[in-house]
Design a protein around this ligand. Structure first.
Ligand SMILES: CC(C)(COP(=O)(O)OP(=O)(O)OC[C@H]1O[C@@H](n2cnc3c(N)ncnc32)[C@H](O)[C@@H]1OP(=O)(O)O)[C@@H](O)C(=O)NCCC(=O)NCCS
Length: 158
């Protein structure tokens, strides 16, 4: 079941992100700060979070939001599925729910940035399997040998 996280979910979410196998402690800290904004700031601090759970167990999360200084462009900032729940359609469900929300919000373009490294191979496969297009690569962006790969998806256009 997909719903919105509450403050009580934060420790579980951070543990899931920390055990995802690809994220650094700085990434986990960043997700923690965004969640803090989400639950405490008016307008959620500009970030939207959704989680998928089954029998109270957290299976995955997505974080997205409107990209500042653009018209109808949104970013998918974080997408993570618990290691033991992968390949069961959790990310597909989260993205479908996010997209329903994006359409309500009048989104035109969704951008997602990921890494070209081996650990992100499932993420790259996921985006291609879900209607995203690979748009750009910036070599050595994250670190020497660790490229930035940008995917986009358009909505509401012929
Ligand atoms: C990427 C990630 C979110 C995918 O979540 P998931 O719930 O396993 O994905 P789904 O089960 O919804 O997969 C949907 C489709 O994506 C593709 N896909 C997903 N994982 C894949 C993999 N490891 N290899 C190849 N294709 C894959 C498949 O086409 C899959 O459909 P299928 O299972 O019917 O073949 C998950 O692997 C993850 O959390 N990885 C670590 C964190 C991460 O990289 N996040 C993205 C950061 S940008």
């Amino acid at each position: 079941m997909i719903d919105r996280p509450t403050e009580a979910d934060i420790p579980g979410i951070l543990s899931m992100v920390a055990h995802a196998g690809v994220f650094t402690s700085v990434d986990v800290e960043c997700v923690g700060e965004l969640l803090d904004d989400y639950v405490h700031k008016p307008g959620h601090g500009g970030y939207e979070f959704i989680v998928d759970r089954e029998d109270g167990r957290l299976l995955g999360l997505a974080c997205y939001g409107s990209t500042p200084l653009t018209e109808g462009t949104f970013d998918l900032y974080w997408l993570c599925v618990a290691a033991e729940a992968r390949r069961g359609g959790v990310a597909r469900r989260l993205v479908a729910e996010m997209e329903a929300d994006l359409r309500r919000l009048g989104a035109r373009l969704l951008v997602v940035e990921t890494s070209g490294s081996d650990g992100y191979r499932p993420a790259r496969a996921f985006y291609l399997a879900n209607g995203f297009q690979r748009q750009a690569t910036i070599p050595d962006y994250y670190a020497p040998g660790d490229d930035l790969v940008v995917y986009t998806k358009r909505y509401g256009e012929a």
